[in-house]
Design a protein around this ligand. Structure first.
Ligand code: ZN
Length: 218
């Protein structure tokens, strides 16, 4: 089946939005457009707090049932610094040698693009409706003071009676391959069972020397 959405083109569109905190830069407006077109109910809210800049945020949901899967993330990026120091301009989203370059390509417009594309593909494969609910909880206030962002979004969602069963956060953390690192997160926990399958064998040479009659595997 042909995918409904191309994560690379979504990532490029997002990178081209100069959303240096606290500027929205067009990134949330772009996401709102894509998600609205797919049938999501989109809410845009600006949070304020004395002494900090106002920051825009977004919450979008499709479906009313559970389970409710929420994708969380941020569209803001840190300042690009000296433009002349960039081989590829920070907001041009150029592709060279199979790599996508730009501020926020890894952290975390690429991740958001993958989540959006996956959600759109899922909806396209299921007649436009999820089996439960899918939502996006996206802030523009993560890279800087992070006062008018995720925490306020979660309070806002709780007041509306939103309940989340699962959350996926596509922040970059893996070094070489997907899944090579599990972080102790600041925003949740993971409990699991690790099953290690191996052959029963003895590897302690020193132990064997002390016990010459001891056989491997006994
Ligand atoms: Zn990040």
């Amino acid at each position: 089946m042909k995918p409904a959405a191309d994560p690379v083109s979504i990532a490029r569109d997002l990178i081209r939005c100069p959303s240096v905190t606290p500027a929205e830069g067009g990134a949330l407006a772009y996401l709102a457009g894509v998600l609205e077109q797919a049938g999501f109910a989109v809410h845009r809210m600006t949070f304020s707090e004395g002494g900090t800049p106002d920051v825009e945020n977004l919450y979008a949901r499709i479906g009313n049932a559970s389970p409710h899967l929420m994708f969380a993330g941020h569209t803001d990026v840190v300042p690009p610094g000296d433009d002349a120091a960039w081989k590829h301009p920070p907001f041009a989203a150029e592709i060279a040698d199979g790599m996508l370059y730009g501020r926020g390509a890894a952290d975390m417009k690429g991740g958001i693009a993958c989540a959006v594309a996956a959600a759109l593909d899922h909806l396209a494969a299921n007649g436009g409706k999820p089996k439960g609910s899918i939502s996006f909880l996206i802030t523009g206030d993560e890279e800087s003071v992070a006062i008018n962002g995720t925490i306020k979004l979660l309070h806002w969602a709780a007041e509306r009676g939103e309940r989340f069963d699962h959350c996926i956060l596509s922040e970059p953390s893996n070094v070489d391959t997907l899944g090579d690192m599990i972080k102790i997160g600041r925003r949740g926990s993971l409990t699991g069972t690790l099953v290690v399958t191996s052959k029963h064998a003895l590897v302690a040479h020193a132990h064997r020397r002390r016990n010459p009659g001891h056989r491997n595997g006994s």
